[in-house]
Ligand binder design. Structure first.
Ligand code: ZN
Length: 294
């Protein structure tokens, strides 16, 4: 299959709003970020729930409509594991709200970061059983999927790099995510799939094979950035496309061979570099690198 040509325009570039949530070291409101993206001719974004909540869901939906801007995804649901039934239920309730918000913003999918050992994010894991949290993630997605199907909001499981297995996601490879999809949506209905983020999966020896296995029905989102050597912070030292070692164009060729034709979403958390620059510089660089490197 022919790969789409990204070298002459940025029609298929989406900006994950975390990429410019901090500009010159300061937090920037989502409404301003959306205007900046529009000014750079960006057709789609993927906003975060906290940014949407701060700006107001209705106001964001109206602003997007007025600008003719779409979403490439909504960040994020998940974090299913908990220590007790009340905690598990609270997570399901929160995911239901996330699904409703995604629907109100007309997102193509809600991205799920599954969560892992309860308390680990705060440095106090309640236990060490990955088996238990993986079972809770299975059950949590199954329960959320029922509601997501009713309202027509696809769920996209995002496997995270294994360095985040303890605190953010106990689903760490595309294969693991697709096994969950097969278990919960064997009919490949389109209601459940994956968000493929090159930062998390670029190293995987089974990447090509698992992308082919996913196919268009399961590939719901694609996130791009780069892997820097050395990476100085596990969470917030992502590289601009072209500055690291990820074979971005090769991976995109696999994804497109599998039938994906959606947005390529730039998602860069960069505390000490890109978040210190102006939003306009970051957007202009994203656009230029998207043409030359993605
Ligand atoms: Zn991502």
């Amino acid at each position: 299959m022919n790969m789409r040509d990204f070298t002459t325009d940025h029609d298929w570039l989406s900006i994950n709003t975390a990429t410019i949530r901090r500009q010159q070291g300061h937090e920037v409101p989502l409404t301003r970020i959306i205007d900046q993206c529009a000014a750079h001719g960006v057709r789609a974004i993927s906003p975060w729930r906290d940014q949407v909540a701060a700006a107001g869901l209705g106001a964001v939906a109206r602003q997007l409509r007025a600008l003719g801007m779409g979403l490439s995804g909504y960040c994020r649901g998940g974090f299913f594991p908990a220590v007790d039934p009340a905690g598990l239920q609270a997570a399901l309730d929160d995911n239901r709200r996330a699904i409703d918000e995604a629907k109100a913003l007309d997102a193509p999918c809600l991205v799920l970061v599954t969560g892992s050992l309860p308390g680990a994010l705060n440095g106090a894991p309640a236990h060490k059983s990955l088996e238990r949290v993986r079972a809770q993630v299975h059950d949590g997605i199954a329960a959320s999927l029922e509601y997501a199907r009713q309202v027509g909001m696809p769920l996209a499981i995002e496997p995270l790099h294994p360095m985040q297995a303890a605190d953010r996601a106990c689903i760490n490879t595309l294969e693991q995510a697709l096994d969950l999809c097969d278990a919960l949506d064997p009919q490949r209905s389109g209601a459940l799939g994956v968000a493929l983020d090159v930062y998390h999966v670029w190293w995987d020896p089974k990447l090509r094979q698992q992308i082919a296995r996913a196919g268009a029905e399961r590939l719901l989102a694609c996130h791009v950035c780069d892997w820097l050597t050395p990476t100085r912070d596990l969470l917030s030292d992502r590289g601009m496309m072209g500055d690291g070692v990820v074979e971005l164009r090769k991976i995109r060729s696999w994804v497109e061979d599998a039938g994906f034709r959606g947005f390529s979403e730039v998602e860069i958390f960069s505390q000490s570099d890109w978040w210190q620059r102006s939003g306009d510089e970051v957007l202009a660089t994203c656009i230029a690198r998207h043409r030359t490197c993605v």
